[in-house]
Design a protein around this ligand. Structure first.
Ligand SMILES: Nc1ncnc2c1ncn2[C@@H]1O[C@H](COP(=O)(O)OP(=O)(O)OP(=O)(O)O)[C@@H](O)[C@H]1O
Ligand SMILES: [Mg+2]
Length: 264
């Protein structure tokens, strides 16, 4: 929870332009502490721009935002201490091993026992076997898991995940989803952006759609579904989806995948 029970994130009338390109044109929303909030929008809608403003990497032109009760413009240092950001492109250092990446972040955050913190996260993300290999040799899914593990060091109150599962196979996506759910269950607030509507359906307590510079809809999945008239009832044979088939055929655990990769 934030200090006074206020929302973990509050964005009011936020505007941002890049020269003539008016990307954010008055964005408003709130995210309750401990909830998962999904921001949907087409390519170029401004999702990453918004995440960068909320994580103090970019200044807004107008409007205000608070994160964990701190104003992003007036108290960027306090905001940074309360958050972590997993960017759209993985931030792992390829020259280092998985474990070295984690130890480095723990040291940068001045935590005691960086080795123990690294080992706990390696276990949690099914990366123990691969911990001694250079991140350059990791698959895309392993790299994503390592990236998210790095962002959890220091137990941030608010986590920003910019397209956390883009490019992952279905099993790795499900692993990341479980991680995100566990985080929220433990009281962390998660704001994620995604192109995948099923990701938002599975994960988010609330979903907002960013379009042409503003939030055009913001609600729970049920509220959003109610915007359309109910479908007429039709009797159809329930066919498995391609994802069901894929997961049934390839549905191995992350550990099994890891063992396979390690033995290559
Ligand atoms: N540094 C920049 N300078 C100029 N224009 C930029 C800059 N960063 C982003 N833009 C433009 O702003 C718009 C929003 O970009 P942004 O990256 O926020 O979109 P997005 O919703 O994250 O898209 P995607 O789904 O492709 O990641 C795009 O038209 C982009 O080209
Ligand atoms: Mg983006």
């Amino acid at each position: 929870m934030t200090r006074t029970g206020e929302p973990a994130i509050r964005v009011q009338n936020m505007e941002k332009s890049y020269k003539d390109l008016h990307v954010l044109r008055g964005v408003d929303f709130e995210v309750a502490a401990g909830s998962i909030f999904a921001l949907l929008g087409s390519n170029g809608a401004g999702k990453t721009t918004l995440v960068r403003i909320l994580s103090t990497l970019l200044k807004a032109d107008a409007g205000t935002a608070t994160v964990h009760g701190f104003d992003v413009a007036a108290n960027p240092g306090d905001v940074r201490e309360s958050i972590s950001l997993t960017g759209q492109f993985a931030a792992v250092d390829e020259v280092l091993t998985g474990r070295e990446n984690l130890v480095l972040v723990a040291k940068l955050r001045h935590l005691k026992n960086p080795g123990a913190i690294a080992d706990e996260l390696l276990g949690r993300f099914s990366l123990t076997e691969a911990s001694g290999r250079k991140a350059a040799e990791y698959s895309g899914g392993m790299r994503r898991r390592l990236d998210i593990a790095m962002s959890l060091i220091g137990e941030p109150k608010v986590i920003f995940l910019d397209e956390p599962t883009t490019g992952l196979d279905p099993q790795a996506r499900i692993d990341v989803w479980q991680t995100v759910k566990d985080l929220a269950q433990n009281g962390t607030t998660v704001l994620l952006t995604t192109q995948y509507l099923d990701e938002a359906e599975h994960l988010a307590d609330r979903i907002a759609i960013l379009h042409k510079g503003t939030i055009i809809q913001n609600g729970t999945l049920d509220e959003l579904k109610r915007l359309l008239p109910p479908a007429e009832i039709e009797y159809v044979e329930k066919q498995p989806s391609l994802e069901d088939v894929f997961l049934a055929l390839v549905g191995e655990t992350a550990e099994e995948q890891e063992e396979k990769e390690a033995s290559r």
